[in-house]
Design a protein around this ligand. Sequence first.
Ligand code: AMP
Length: 406
Amino acid sequence: MSFADLGLSEPVLEGVHAMGYTDPTPIQLRAIPLILQGRDVIGSAQTGTGKTAAFALPILSKIGESGPGPRVLVLEPTRELAAQVETSFRALSRFLKIRLGLVYGGVGYGAQNDALRQGVDVLMATPGRLLDHLQRGTVRLNRVEYLVLDEADRMLDMGFLPDVRRIIERCPNTRQTCLFSATVPADIAALIKWAMKTPEVIEIGARRSPAETVKHVIYPVVDEQKNELLNALLKEVKFDSVIIFCRTRHRADRIGNLLKKSNHAVAVLHSDRTQKEREHALKGFRDGLFEILVATDIAARGLDIPDVSHVINYDVPQHPEDYVHRIGRTGRAQSRGDAFTLMAVGDKGHVADIERFIGQKIERTKLESFNYQQSVLFTAEGGIRKERPVLGALQRHGRTFRPRRR
Ligand code: AMP
């Protein structure tokens, strides 16, 4: 089935064509007709499947031309996601005469107030700042016809659900609601029950599985050699663009500096950076000015960074869902990618959790050219253990080594 068969409006089809999309993705095939019919939809497809267009295209087809608004409200957990979804809407609606608005925190109110005063048809927002605007009376939601709660599980993780509920209370009951979430924990299930009308559930692929186009492997290594191995991998692998994920902002800064010293063009993205620095990092990475983006998990979900050839988990993610989200950066919309995870001895438990979560074993491998100082053994169950420095160390200390008898 082609986009033209789905019942989208003519100017929206022109937008699709201008974007170069030829065939709808599976979530688009399923969601577009339902949303056009006016159904509430829950989508559990992960990012990289074309889910933004899956809700943007039917909604844009239905709202037609500009009118008093906002008539569409899209809530996003982070400002980067809000900005990215706004970019997608803008591109897809280029043949429609509608006004888009974007409100998020961390920047002044002036420009947002001006845009809201002039009127917007589609509003993309993060919950906290939108609630501020509601309280200040700079925006009203009484004309909202379409509400999208994107990355709902992420909004829950970030503690936004109470704000989200307050925002929904300001929208008319007659609205159509779509919710996207990789997982549906109890709090999201309660929100669905409260906010949605007999929703249709669309599940694309196994909810937990990472993109099938990604080849993922684990490099066991001792902590002390992580930096060295990272450098060696970057030398060995022919990457076009790579995102390196670190556990903390501090570690991201440290790795960023380390790689700059090795003459890589690096940008660092985490929540301690100013909005301007974050935008500069993302834009530079998208434009190819930086070949490496070092990021914390804030960048892991949903951000549309095309053509990432590799994802490297410098640190094993603490939550299994984050593994799926991180490696979702590569293999997006069918292009292939590789995901590498450096696994230190203490990470075994987290890796086991990830493997249980995704329902598959991740291959362990070794960089042949790398000088593993503490020789790392691959055990039968696929973990690693440090080889005891028995012989060498004892001999250095002038003792002889006798194997212990059992
Ligand atoms: P998303 O899952 O919405 O973040 O989309 C992931 C990427 O797929 C984005 O770069 C979209 O522009 C792209 N995309 C969305 N729909 C299609 C399609 N039907 N054909 C090709 N690329 C698409």
